[in-house]
Design a protein around this ligand. Structure first.
Ligand code: PHB
Length: 400
């Protein structure tokens, strides 16, 4: 008998223990449920905390398909907005990249918070096990055939025995560090600026997103719906949201987007204001024994291009199919190729996010030569259908 059980610890058994109750953990849990595979989700925070996190709001077609397969797409189909293209500006110049023309696909504007809300609702309706406020999570014996997860809830020790562990617990979670140092390799690039973002109950300045390169730095005009806008400006890493009054934010945004857009911008009080640093990060491998990393636990992208949740979704797709293969066909082929397949796609999303960030931001050490190259690249993208097609293919999401 294990030490926890001798101590009277509460113990459970499931097929897949999922660490992290954000969108990727919940999506995996819901997909497995549809196929009759049992899971338990452990979340460090409360549900309200998870739903309070504001993240990007553009979903790739692969993510839409997964939401449909998980049976959680109804509200998204009703309330989300399909976008067939996006605008890119530099100074007062602006051009459009048409996704549908170049790829036959659109993207869906629907907030990550709403995706998470829909997934919680579905898990709760199905009686899915989600434990909140868990502490001291340890993934044990991941390199054996009998892994188990130990943790505490309000001081009480608990244990889950399982076949597999999915580490969906983000960059600061315990899963990644469970992989021993001599197995794990990490690759990182930190960008010398952040994004100051606000949410405001105002109509979006334009029906499609505008990615703006300006002499004063990057800006992005995005949205959630007809009366909820999301705007960002590149800021210094030493800034704090309190340094920026709403008026200062709006004035700076107006200076960074084309004049005709600035003239029609409707401003209002911010209902959320925060700063996010920008980072590219990948850990390899994404599997160790019976532990599989998904999403931010294994990789981070800068937000330019909204690849964070979408890349987590492609991990979930590979893992879900690998687990199905295991339980339905008694085959380990899918889980054995998980890390290699997931990473092949992750690196392409890393490349795109890095490229799109490099194209649009002002770097503190940027020379006039670097700036001329940036403008040449923007003009090439504006003029070349081939360049637009490559951009559109990446933006709508590479095939799984
Ligand atoms: C957002 O709406 O928050 C958003 C949209 C597109 C991006 C990044 C963030 O590239």
């Amino acid at each position: 008998m294990c030490i926890l059980c001798r101590m009277g610890a509460h113990s459970m058994k499931t097929q897949v223990a999922i660490i992290g109750g954000g969108p990727s953990g919940l999506l995996l849990s819901q997909l497995l449920h549809v196929r009759g595979i049992d899971s338990v989700v452990l979340e460090r925070k409360t549900k309200d905390y998870v739903l309070g996190r504001i993240r990007a709001g553009v979903l790739e077609r692969g993510m839409l398909d997964l939401m449909r397969e998980a049976g959680v797409a109804d509200r998204m189909e009703k309330e989300g907005h399909a976008h067939d293209g996006t605008l890119i500006s530099y100074g007062d110049e602006m051009f459009r990249v048409d996704f549908t023309e170049h790829t036959g696909h659109a993207v869906m504007v629907y907030g990550q918070t709403e995706v998470t809300r829909d997934l919680y609702e579905a898990r709760e309706a199905a009686g899915g096990a989600i434990e909140f406020n868990v502490e001291d999570v340890v993934i044990n014996d991941a390199d054996s055939d009998a892994p188990f997860v130990s943790y505490t809830v309000v001081g009480q020790a608990r244990r889950i025995d399982c076949d597999f562990v999915a580490g969906c617990d983000g960059f600061h979670g315990v899963s990644r560090n469970t992989i021993p140092d001599d197995v794990r390799r990490e690759y990182e690039k930190v960008y010398p600026f952040g994004w100051l973002g606000i949410l405001s109950e105002t109509p979006p300045v334009n029906p499609e997103l505008i990615y703006a390169n300006s002499d004063r730095g990057f800006a992005l005009c995005s949205m959630r719906n007809e009366n909820l806008s999301r705007y960002y400006i590149q800021c210094s890493l030493s800034d704090s949201p309190n340094d920026w009054s709403d008026t200062a934010f709006w004035n700076e945004l107006k200076r960074r987007i084309p004049t005709d857009q600035a003239d029609k911008l409707v401003t209002g009080p911010s209902i959320e204001k925060s700063i996010a640093p920008l980072r590219s990060f990948v850990t390899e491998p994404m599997r160790w024994g019976r532990l599989f990393l998904c999403g931010d636990a294994a990789h981070i992208v800068p937000p330019t291009g909204a690849k964070g949740l979408n890349t987590a979704a492609s991990d979930v797709h590979y893992l879900y199919n690998g687990l199905r293969d295991f339980y339905e066909n008694n085959s380990t082929a899918g889980i054995d190729s998980y890390s290699q397949k997931a990473l092949a796609r992750v690196w392409k999303a890393e490349r795109f996010s890095w490229w799109f960030s490099s194209l649009l931001h002002r770097y503190p050490d940027q020379t006039t030569f670097d700036h001329r190259i940036q403008v040449a690249e923007l003009e090439f993208l504006r003029a070349s259908k081939a360049a637009q097609k490559a951009m559109a293919e990446n933006y709508v999401g590479l095939p799984y």
